[in-house]
Design a protein around this ligand. Structure first.
Ligand code: DAH
Length: 349
């Protein structure tokens, strides 16, 4: 066997040309295999065949092969470093953050119209010295009815009006509260008078729903108890409340005699129609007034039920209907829209 050492110069030249054209690491790897691949590598083969040569040739050819091998190893390594660097550079360029580019707009949501109204109501009452308290939506019969002096045979307790919970699951006498008045009881049970509170929250009634009835809606309960708190105070507080809520000083309120088991005397409360401001329109059924709350002086029996001496303490309570206020204010003609979660509706507020 005879190998011409000169052929390795040729191999080196060829490899150098090939290398100069390479732009990817995959191609570089292919080139490495072409020369150094275990089975078919050109130089691997040459090195392997050295053993078959004469001593004399081993020296000359061996020298030539090793020269190419060293050269090529170094050239490949250099090229690899260059390619890695170029890749990194490329990546960095792509990832570069342009701090002057306009930001992506994230559409901001907003609070539900009812939540907005209730938040505003809380702010106004807080400014008048009222504390905002909450009670559970799942209530006991005692807090929702008995302690509020609602008699056993009162129609409100009927299955048609109240969502009773399955006694096997929830225990006896549990229900979804039908009124936030239950929070009056909870608060008075655990606090000493005098106090001023409001309790906004959701209530539930087993209603057939239509444009003005929902099986769930909101109430804002109010309670103020002191040594000489009277119905006149109720009128003043509620009048200021509505004037501030509707941002109109001309708003006034009026009381009409009514009946609630937990107040004596009891009144229905009307507010100047805030659609026509007293001019009489379709919304207020041409009366100039809107009915927005029930109120009254806390019944002595209710005070006694929570251990408060009714000869020493007295006060007023009220229950307002924020759904109705929001609907009139915003011209919403169907209460079901308030609870439907339809974005086309909600986006308007
Ligand atoms: N709880 C009554 C209802 O749901 C509203 C109400 C009326 C609350 C008079 C009161 C009140 O606190 O004094 O119809």
């Amino acid at each position: 066997m005879h190998i011409d050492p000169k052929q390795f110069e040729h191999i080196q030249k060829e490899a150098a040309t090939e290398l100069a054209h390479i732009v990817t690491r995959e191609d570089l790897e292919r080139l490495r295999l072409k020369y150094f691949g275990r089975k078919e590598g050109v130089l691997t083969g040459a090195l392997r065949s050295l053993k078959d040569l004469s001593e004399e040739e081993k020296k000359t050819v061996g020298h030539a092969v090793h020269t190419v091998k060293l050269y090529l190893e170094e050239a490949l390594a250099k090229k690899e470093r260059a390619l890695i660097e170029a890749e990194l550079h490329d990546q960095q360029r792509k990832e570069k953050i342009d701090v002057t580019a306009p930001g992506k707009k994230i559409p901001a949501g907003h609070l539900h119209p009812l939540t907005q109204l209730i938040d505003k109501a809380c702010d106004i009452f807080i400014a008048m010295g009222f504390a905002v308290v909450e009670g559970p939506e799942v209530e006991t019969e005692r807090h929702n009815f008995d302690a509020l002096n609602v008699p056993k045979d009162h129609p409100a307790r009927d299955m048609q009006d109240t969502f009773w919970l399955d006694p096997a699951v929830a225990g006896p006498g549990m229900l979804l509260r039908t009124q936030t008045s239950s929070v009056q009881i909870r608060y008075m049970e655990t606090h000493e008078p005098p106090f001023r509170i409001i309790a906004p929250g959701r209530v539930f009634r087993s209603e057939a729903t239509d444009a003005t009835h929902e099986a769930q809606f909101y109430q804002i309960e109010g309670l103020m108890v002191g040594k000489d708190v009277s119905l006149a105070n109720a009128k003043a507080v509620l009048e200021v409340f509505f004037q501030r809520l509707l941002a109109n000083k001309k708003i006034s309120i009026r009381f009409r005699p009514s009946y609630f088991p937990f107040t004596e005397p009891s009144v229905e409360m009307d507010v100047t129609c805030f659609k026509c401001f007293g001019k009489k329109c379709a919304v207020c059924k041409r009366t100039g007034w809107l009915e927005v709350a029930g109120a009254g002086m806390v019944h002595p029996k209710v005070l006694e039920n929570v251990g408060i001496d009714a000869r020493e303490w007295q006060g007023f309570a009220f229950g307002a209907a924020p759904d109705r206020i929001a609907m009139t204010r915003y011209g919403i003609d169907d209460i079901r829209l308030m609870y439907g979660g339809d974005m086309r509706f909600l986006k308007q507020f």
